[in-house]
Design a protein around this ligand. Structure first.
Ligand SMILES: *Cc1c(COP(=O)(O)O)cnc(C)c1O
Length: 351
């Protein structure tokens, strides 16, 4: 730490991303990336011209992608703001709507706390129930901007759309941000509710279900007034926030719906195999609607499992947070990767 760092930032705990090791090849099941490649059709759609155009600034309105997303969800272009990954959309929401502070669950995506601290926003964490579900009544009349990941990060547990709608309806005077990074793996998007509610922002990403984590594309969907507030933040921070190559890749990926559906269906089927396999090895697995599972073994603790798996070339995620420290979070890979993982876990948990 240098003497030049603002004193306000000296105690900041930055977000700790999952490992992206370069020193050796791991079976990577730690950061919820898609095991399948980007749609061939989307990749082949890039032309020489697109690389030449990198000379120019990208379209600050990201018009083509914005229109494509609007068409996909049956909304208007004015209801969409493309961003540099959905983390940026979430950061814009914190900057735009959290004058009264923020609330989110005690177990959720770690980035919320980090960005709130960076921006000096007060927040309160609302404990999940004993079984890690969200008690929706604890979000009624919250009086602060609500951030909910659905399905929730780390647990994978999804909330039915009626519950999301109830929370939105019970907070007419505060914004509700629904982070749908994992919605395509088994949840129902709240996108269609943005017409009915003026206080709802739905955030999605191309990183997980559309195999574009490295391209950094996400977006927010909301009523026109909320989107223009977010755009105000974007234009004050990074007007050309989405690069032109990534925008085109995302647009083409959205058009190849058949491939998208095939890949997500495969991941969902593999998730079921993974859950059954883990249960047969003595794991308790939280019910997941995402492309990962959070699992706790009857006798071996999470950190030991994480370390032993790593030494055998398999990366999973372990969190030291009190409530989930005994768990490991495993990304759903291909069937073949799942077999290797289960075989290794069988050896590691045998007594
Ligand atoms: C992965 C993830 C994101 C961020 O994804 P980007 O790559 O920035 O689009 C946002 N929210 C949750 C809950 C996530 O797991």
């Amino acid at each position: 730490m240098s003497e030049f760092l603002s004193s306000r930032l000296k105690s900041l705990q930055p977000y700790l991303p999952g490992e992206q090791p370069r020193e050796r090849e791991y079976l990577k099941l730690n950061t919820n990336e898609n095991p399948y490649y980007l749609s061939r059709m989307a990749a082949d759609n890039l032309e020489k011209k697109d690389f030449e155009n990198l000379r120019l600034y990208s379209d600050p309105d990201c018009t083509a992608l914005r229109n494509e997303i609007a068409m996909y969800y049956g909304i208007d272009a004015e209801n969409v703001l493309p961003t540099n990954g959905s983390d940026e959309a979430l950061a814009f929401c914190f900057a735009a709507f959290c004058g009264q502070g923020a609330v989110f669950p005690d177990v959720t995506y770690g980035f919320y706390k980090v960005i709130a601290n960076l921006l000096g926003i007060e927040f309160r964490e609302i404990p999940l129930c004993e079984d890690f579900t969200v008690k929706i009544q604890s979000y009624f009349n919250a009086g602060k901007t609500i951030f909910l990941a659905n399905p929730n990060a780390q647990t994978g547990i999804g909330l039915p759309l009626e519950d999301i709608e109830n929370i939105v309806a019970e907070n007419p005077r505060t914004a509700v941000i629904v982070d749908e990074a994992y919605i395509d793996f088994g949840g129902e998007s709240a996108a269609r509710l943005i017409r009915k509610y003026r206080n709802l922002v739905v955030v999605q990403t191309f990183s997980k279900s559309r195999s574009l984590a490295g391209a950094r594309v996400g977006f927010a969907m909301a009523n026109q007034d909320l989107i223009s507030d977010l755009k105000r933040v974007k234009d004050s921070f990074n007007p050309y926030n989405v690069n032109s190559v990534s925008a085109k890749l995302a647009l083409s990926a959205l058009r190849d719906d058949a491939y998208f559906k095939k890949c997500t269906a495969k991941i969902i089927a593999t998730r079921d195999r993974l859950v059954r396999g883990l249960q047969s090895l003595g794991f308790c697995v939280l019910p997941s609607a995402a492309n990962f599972v959070l699992a706790e073994h009857a006798t071996t603790d999470g950190e030991t499992l994480y370390r032993n798996l790593k030494s055998r070339g398999i990366l999973v995620r372990h969190f030291s947070d009190e409530r989930i420290r005994n768990f490991i979070r495993i990304t759903v890979g291909t069937d073949a990767q799942t077999e290797i993982l289960l075989k290794t876990l069988k050896e590691l948990t045998a007594i």
